[in-house]
Design a protein around this ligand. Sequence first.
Ligand SMILES: [Zn+2]
Length: 318
Amino acid sequence: MPEKPVEGECVIALDVGGTGMKGALLDRDLTALRTVRRPTPRGAGPQAVVDEIAATLLLLARQAAERGLAVRRAGVVVPGIVDEESARAVYSANIGWRDLPLAELLEQRTALPVTLGHDVRAGGYAEAVRGAARGARDVLFVAIGTGISAAVISDGHPLRAGGYAGELGHLVVESDGAPCGCGSRGCLETAAAAPAVAAAYRARTGRAVEGAHQVAVLLAQGDPDAHAVWQRAARALATALATATTLLAPELIVLGGGLAEAGELLLAPVRTALAEQLTFQRQPRVVRAALGDEAGCLGAGLYAWQAVGSGLAGAVAP
Ligand SMILES: [Zn+2]
């Protein structure tokens, strides 16, 4: 049973994405008492992003004070390589920071105690506690959006490996594939991330699309080019998931992020292609994430509550 919410206490949760930030004041039951969304000024450089994170934390702290709420802690999750143990943002191609002691910097700027985490591991953690992976001990949570990253929960524990675990998007799935931002070729991201799906449709048809979501709409309308592009992405995803399944044996694969908004349009071909590639392995169930784009923010709140010593029922270790 969840604890009864304690009156007058909250944490600040902030999910920093490549394009936008989602912040919230969360009570002990993870109910949002206040939410805020602001753009991430990544075009202005990493210092501007740090400034904006600090400003958003202070804004939420003021909003808490106006409501008479005591802020116990802030949980901040960011993309890239994040070392939770040293509380450093090690690397982000998207935002541009390198080996930044981010929790310490934010604590200096805001006077709030800060727990730093990784956006996708936080999302996977939230799905494990409150979403599609409740009760499962071996889980692969995959966020498919601008990039592709995974959170691994193995025997009930998250796999972190200094922040380097879970880079599913950089498994090579096409040996003669396109160059990837990471410096390699044929990575999963070059075949199945949302921008890659949209670009493949444009390249095949000469017709522009707004994004992968529009390819999904065309697919549902029976467009054969959309079908071909989508099948390639689903097969690439299944190839990477088959490798992950052989190595980690998840009982459950949870697909989240923007591309998973397509629901069964994505899940069904991925299930089929994955089943074709597996032989002796434990066949994982493949389901859609339950918490949508709030998973990272809820995970940030869970980290903050865990850090102040509030054990939430049903929680795996953070
Ligand atoms: Zn790559």
